[in-house]
Design a protein around this ligand. Structure first.
Ligand SMILES: [Zn+2]
Length: 499
């Protein structure tokens, strides 16, 4: 289309110009769509034993083309970024999130006002991850509609997903309350002796069919549930042994990895008997060992099996942190929330209506006064911490897995929770070097993308962060992002801020 401005088409021309301006304004602003040249930058990458100072990095198209200790000859239209006093690290990866749920949103029928808030949330969600430098995520629930919407955003982190395979009367079907489970859970499996409602075709819910469906839908893993009740309770049915085995056999045939939801010692012990790849939660329910100090033998034995079988371990501190934060006054006044939560949503979170889940949590714990509730929660958190410390002391590699949002708590926000998860890992003694590995190369290996992501190396995808502070000196470096580079395009961090 040719656009000419003249007196005759003044009116139309003006309108087009306005539309064009509006279009440009609404797009995330790039520093450059051309090649990028970073000068005098310090590279901190898990493949290097120490920082590489005064490095020159050329990014061409979507890849790191050259890394050199001396200046590189660059094409004339290359954008130059002065990296002096700055740190270049790989983009971060969070291997346990959920993109289909808005934190804090009520269940069931919603007013138009709430529907609008939800729309606003889903538009901001990918940006919130990018604001905190998360350039790849893995969703562990696999709601196809939400995943497609996420991937169709103007700009978003890369996303892979697991198909979750529940049974009709087990967890999480029984707590999510989504109505007819045969409709709400596309990968629900029916076991041989289950009675089923009329109209449901048993043959479509065999382990073989379900796993095949997950693979055809583009899933990269399956998620199984080992949960017989929260805390010490044990009243929910578990999937039968032969069903678990059939699913795992089928998943391996399709090259899908196996994630196990389990956070209690008896449940992790069951999960560890199978050929699983990942335990998707920390170990914070110690059952009869709950009152033990340090790490009792029974817990050590479970964690030793994790190490021996080389099972990837996701601490997910945020699960409990997110619940506790809901019951702590002033949680939302932390400035970090305002960077990732749009103002309209933040003000709704402060309303009476949005406190429903906080009330539910307090009731679930038997309505104790807040100081008592916090003491109980701190006990649970401490057991999760000691489990992670045990693995860390044995030099067992961890992964960044925030489980955002693991429940409807508004305290668990995309991006911010990943950062808080790293902070919590650091606070229990995981070194900054190991934190960087957990958030980059360890997750890249887990998600099978370590050949193309996870380090700053020539030939790899240019998903990178330029930090103002040194991530080997302070955990707050992960909250000092200057540029987020995705597929070779550099964006100022502020562009992803919630509005
Ligand atoms: Zn989860």
């Amino acid at each position: 289309m040719k656009f000419e401005y003249s007196a005759e088409n003044n009116c139309i021309g003006h309108k087009m110009l306005k539309q064009l301006t509006a279009l440009i304004m609404s797009m995330p602003v790039l520093v450059s769509a051309s090649d990028i040249y970073l000068k005098n930058v310090t590279i901190i990458s898990p493949n290097n034993s120490s920082p590489v100072k005064d490095a020159y990095v050329l990014i061409a198209d979507d890849k790191i083309s050259t890394i050199s200790k001396s200046p590189i000859n660059i094409p004339s239209n290359t954008k130059i970024i002065n990296g002096e006093g700055r740190y270049l690290i790989p983009g971060l990866i969070d291997s346990h999130v959920h993109v289909s749920e808005m934190p804090g949103m009520i269940k069931g029928e919603k007013s138009d006002y709430l529907k609008d808030l939800e729309k606003t949330y889903f538009l901001q969600q990918p940006k919130s991850y990018l604001y905190f430098g998360i350039t790849r995520i893995q969703d562990l629930a696999g709601d196809n509609r939400a995943i497609q919407q996420f991937q169709n955003s103007d700009i978003s982190p890369s996303l892979s997903f697991c198909g979750m395979i529940p049974i009709a009367d087990g967890y999480p079907v029984n707590v999510l309350g989504l109505g007819d489970p045969y409709k709400a859970f596309p990968y629900l499996v029916i076991e041989p002796n289950d009675s089923i409602p009329e109209g449901v075709n048993r043959a479509e819910h065999t382990p073989e069919r379900i796993v095949d469906k997950i693979a055809r839908d583009g899933g990269s893993c399956v998620k199984l549930f080992f949960e017989d009740g929260f805390g010490t309770e044990s009243h929910w049915p578990l999937m039968k042994d032969q069903t678990v085995k059939a699913i795992i056999t089928e998943a391996k045939k399709h090259g899908l990895s196996i994630y196990a939801h389990a956070n209690a010692v008896d449940m992790q012990n069951i999960a560890l008997k199978y050929d699983i790849d990942v335990i998707a939660h920390g170990l914070w329910n110690w059952n009869e060992h709950a009152k033990s100090e340090n790490v009792p033998n029974a817990i050590q034995a479970t964690l030793d099996t994790v190490i021996e079988k080389q099972i990837a371990y996701q601490p997910t501190f945020n699960v409990m942190d997110g619940l506790k934060a809901l019951t702590v006054p002033n949680t939302l006044s932390s400035k970090d929330f305002s960077f990732v939560v749009p103002p309209s949503i933040l003000s709704w979170y402060q309303s009476e209506d949005a406190q429903w889940f906080k009330q539910e949590i307090i009731n679930d714990f038997g309505n104790p006064p807040l100081p008592i509730l916090h003491k109980i929660m701190d006990g649970i958190i401490s057991r999760g911490e000691r489990s992670v410390q045990y693995l860390n002391q044995k030099n067992y590699p961890l992964v960044l897995a925030s489980d955002t949002p693991s429940s409807p708590t508004y305290a668990a926000q995309p991006g911010l929770s990943s950062f808080l998860e790293l902070k919590h890992m650091h606070s229990v003694g995981v070194s900054l070097g190991r934190i960087l590995e957990a958030a980059t190369i360890n997750n890249a290996k887990l998600l099978n993308v370590d050949k193309i992501e996870g380090t700053v190396e020539a030939g790899k995808r240019a998903n990178l962060l330029l930090l103002k502070r040194n991530p080997l000196e302070t955990i707050d470096a992960y909250n000092s992002i200057e540029f987020v580079i995705i597929d070779g395009n550099a964006y100022e961090r502020e562009r992803f801020m919630a509005k």
